[in-house]
Design a protein around this ligand. Structure first.
Ligand SMILES: [Zn+2]
Ligand SMILES: [Zn+2]
Length: 92
């Protein structure tokens, strides 16, 4: 079973990463679909379980998005606590 696409690996080139196996075609970035063969990549856990592969660029982008999401959640929580809704505070 390929970790990348959850399909059985019947034939063809197989790329093994630790205990995970990938088809040649699914050893690609989950975000931009760039082939990761011979490239730097990261394996990040999926929210739905399993793992996704990301190229170096997308690893950074995904981490930035997570950070932005976390920060916007904090901002929303703070706004809700103040009872001001989503209106940003006036800049002085
Ligand atoms: Zn596959
Ligand atoms: Zn990518």
């Amino acid at each position: 079973m390929a970790t990348g696409c959850n399909e059985f690996i019947v034939s063809g080139k197989v790329i093994g990463v630790g205990t995970n196996k990938f088809h040649d075609k699914c050893f690609a970035c989950a975000r931009c679909a760039a082939s990761l063969a011979g490239q730097k990549y990261a394996m990040l856990p999926k929210a739905s379980g399993g793992t996704s592969l990301y190229c170096a660029n997308c690893t950074k982008a995904v981490n930035d998005e997570k950070q932005a999401e976390a920060m916007s959640r904090i901002a929303t929580d703070a706004a809700a606590a103040m009872g001001t809704g989503a209106t940003p505070p006036p800049s002085s």
